[in-house]
Design a protein around this ligand. Structure first.
Ligand code: AMP
Ligand code: MG
Length: 355
């Protein structure tokens, strides 16, 4: 398949290009597009065969449901059975934005889109290109992240091209995304709302709006028998090709430990990589050292995480060590992704980190 790549202005996407993309979606094709979180791979969420094509292009297990993206609140009524009061408040506070909510689905939503579940995940993104595409594409765009299943989520169009060129109809290049981690998911199908995936909108921000919310047990416990409720959270994910180890501790301890491991690897003829920060990059003696940014800017760390994991695949390293980033505001979201990338392999030197 020939994949058309169009570049658009983020704030004012070209009308003709968006109309063409909308036509592709309405006729059952697939279009990758930027959102404020990561790039999405869009298809018509109410068309069962479009959803099947999404699973196929990504190599994604078909029990892992898709998020339907809408452009206005009226669209929500058609695809859900009811909207709980707390969910309404959340929509008022955070939509359009990086928040996904789970509702009981209406009969308009095919099981192909929900991975066979009776519930449906819905988000209203704020990115102008995403908004324009949803409006042109019929109002209900099912879109998971636009990466091959298991690889780090794409934060720029070149990542999408690496994974999906030749497999989808169109890629809309709207530059780098702003947040860099996928949306926060909150489940409203139970009596008490539950966070199924941490993101830019954190627990504290949510609790200010609707009071107490729980974290899904599967997110907090690394026991493999406790299954996370969002089916996608159980898969190994975001993984670079080389094994990744996270090291948690004070800065000096962490640097010393990682340098020791790197020396060991070099002795054995292996090439080591390190994910460092601007503050520590000069202190490492590994073959490849990449900085994720400064510890002063946790949003920057979130934004660079997936890109840096991808960059290491081009470096031909045998193992990667990463500092831990349990930052004050987005730490839960960042560490959730990093732990998955590392297959939960983390070394605790001490509980504390320097912030
Ligand atoms: P992605 O689109 O790649 O960001 O992945 C979507 C995430 O939302 C996956 O982790 C899914 O398992 C989760 N998800 C989508 N729909 C539902 C649902 N109905 N119930 C629970 N989790 C869902
Ligand atoms: Mg994904």
């Amino acid at each position: 398949m020939n994949t058309t790549v169009v570049t658009v202005d983020k704030e004012h996407p070209d009308k003709k290009a968006m109309e063409e993309a909308g036509r592709i979606l309405r006729s059952g094709g697939l279009v990758a597009f930027p959102t404020e979180t990561v790039y999405g791979l869009g298809g018509d969420g109410l068309n069962p065969s479009s959803s099947q094509k999404i699973y196929q292009a990504k190599g994604r297990p078909s029990d892992n449901p898709l998020i339907i993206h809408i452009a206005d609140l009226e669209s929500l009524e058609k695809i859900v059975k009811r909207i709980p009061e707390k969910a309404r408040k959340m929509a008022e506070a955070f939509w359009p934005g990086p928040l996904t909510m789970i509702f009981e689905k209406s009969s308009a939503v095919p099981y192909e889109t929900t991975g066979g579940l009776e519930s449906v995940a819905v988000r209203m993104p704020s990115h102008p290109v995403a908004m324009a595409l949803i409006k042109e594409g019929g109002g209900y765009v099912a879109a998971p992240s636009a990466n091959t299943s298991g690889r780090p989520s794409p934060t720029q169009a070149s990542h999408v091209r690496e994974d999906l060129e030749g497999k989808i109809d169109m890629i809309i290049d709207g530059g780098s995304v702003g947040i860099g981690l996928e949306s926060t998911i909150v489940d409203f199908t139970e009596a008490e709302p539950v966070i199924l995936r941490p993101g830019y909108i954190n627990q504290e921000m949510i609790e200010k709006v609707i009071g107490k919310v729980k974290m899904d047990k599967g997110l907090l416990i690394t026991d493999e028998k406790v299954r996370p409720k969002a089916p996608g959270m159980k898969y190994r994910h975001y993984a670079p090709k080389a094994p990744l180890t996270i090291v948690q501790g004070k800065e000096e301890e962490t640097v010393a430990y990682i340098n020791g491991q790197c020396r060991e690897m070099r002795k054995n003829g292996k090439k080591a990589g390190v994910i460092a920060t601007d503050e520590t990059r000069e202190k490492y003696q590994a073959a490849v050292v990449k900085s994720i940014g400064t510890r002063e800017d946790e949003e920057g760390i979130a934004q660079h995480l997936f890109g840096i994991l991808r960059d290491f695949d081009a470096e031909d390293v045998d193992g990667i060590y990463s500092e831990s980033f349990d930052t004050p505001r987005m730490g839960q979201a960042i560490m959730n992704r990093l732990l998955k990338a590392a297959g939960h392999h983390i070394i605790y030197l001490s509980e504390e980190e320097d912030f």
